[in-house]
Design a protein around this ligand. Structure first.
Ligand SMILES: C[S@@+](CC[C@H](N)C(=O)[O-])C[C@H]1O[C@@H](n2cnc3c(N)ncnc32)[C@H](O)[C@@H]1O
Length: 297
């Protein structure tokens, strides 16, 4: 069994959640936590799905909310060829070193078992997940308009009536196709946005009002999250700015150093020095002190 800090097949094994590379910021960790906890509190049952998992940062976090009897599916190309030329160009630029094994190593550092992994384009996901079975879907795969449009249609089909979808990069300058596809869904396919952060839009095809109202009450208790409410397409939309957001407790790596490890090591070193001093003959101690004194004077 390898020790903490070692590599598995050349892949460093994370000791802390912060060691896992990805794009999943504290404000979105707070919102995932809020939506997923709310579902648990209300006993909304259902599966979890992530389209676009990369090295597992958001998947590791989401996996913490899986309850017995539920399934967590992640879909990514990892090392498979991309769907088309624009998708290949996007993959080469952003995810050149991506491997499925790196995802597995990272995920298993935090969880006992892997999620159901679908390695392939997200266009196949409806053959792997049952219609209406999901309570939470995170869409974070291709940034190309045609692909995202397909991901949104799949999400609509796979979500349960009260299910929540989170769409990444819905407004970033580097991927206008995502913005076009997400807002088109709001305008034409009944996606109702509840809240936006600087990187993600959270919405539902069900009734957005109960979650929106509860979220507002919670936000009023948070000093670290600025928020406002706009009217968009005739409904309230919460905006959150979370530059100072205090992330919820991070998933704990099974390979993290035990708490107090550093101070216990320091204490052991100090004790060793005390014992050595007691064992060394006084004449030698005096000689060492004299040599030190000569060096510093
Ligand atoms: C932005 S990363 C995901 C980040 C991850 N959710 C996180 O928060 O760390 C996008 C991922 O989508 C995958 N991807 C891109 N196009 C895809 C496609 N057409 N089908 C499946 N996965 C795709 C890439 O392999 C990459 O791992």
């Amino acid at each position: 069994m390898p020790h903490a800090g070692e590599t598995v097949d050349g892949i460093p094994r994370p000791q802390r959640f912060a060691d896992v590379k990805g794009w999943f910021w504290p404000v979105d960790q707070l919102l995932f936590d809020w939506f997923l906890r709310r579902q648990s509190d209300r006993e909304h049952r259902g599966d979890l799905l992530e389209l676009g998992a990369y090295l597992g940062k958001s998947a590791i976090f989401t996996g913490n909310y899986l309850r017995p009897g539920e399934r967590f599916t992640v879909c990514d190309l990892w090392d498979s060829p991309a769907v088309d030329d624009p998708n290949s160009a996007e993959m080469d630029k952003a995810y050149a070193t991506l491997t499925r094994r790196a995802f597995e190593t990272n995920y298993l550092a935090f969880h006992d078992r892997l999620p159901t992994m679908v390695q392939g384009p997200t266009s196949v996901i409806t053959s792997h997940v049952d219609a209406g079975s999901c309570r939470f879907v995170h869409v974070d795969a291709s940034h190309l308009y045609e692909h995202v449009r397909g991901d949104i249609e799949a999400t609509r089909e796979l979500l349960a009536p009260e299910g929540i979808a989170a769409f990444d990069d819905f407004r970033s300058e580097h991927c206008p196709g995502v913005a076009a596809a997400v807002w088109a869904a709001v305008a034409t396919s009944g996606l109702k946005p509840i809240v936006v952060t600087s990187t993600k839009l959270y919405g539902t095809w069900g009734d957005p009002a109960p979650a929106g109202e509860e979220l507002l009450s919670w936000l009023r208790t948070r000093q670290d999250l600025w928020h406002a409410v706009d009217q968009v397409a005739g409904a309230p939309l919460i905006r959150i700015r979370g530059t100072g957001a205090k992330a919820p407790a991070a998933p704990v790596s099974r390979h993290a150093p035990p708490r107090g490890h550093a101070s216990r090591a320091g204490e052991r070193a100090r004790a060793a020095r005390r014992i050595a001093k007691d064992l060394v003959p006084p004449v030698l101690v005096r000689a060492v002190r004299a040599a030190r004194h000569r060096r510093t004077s």
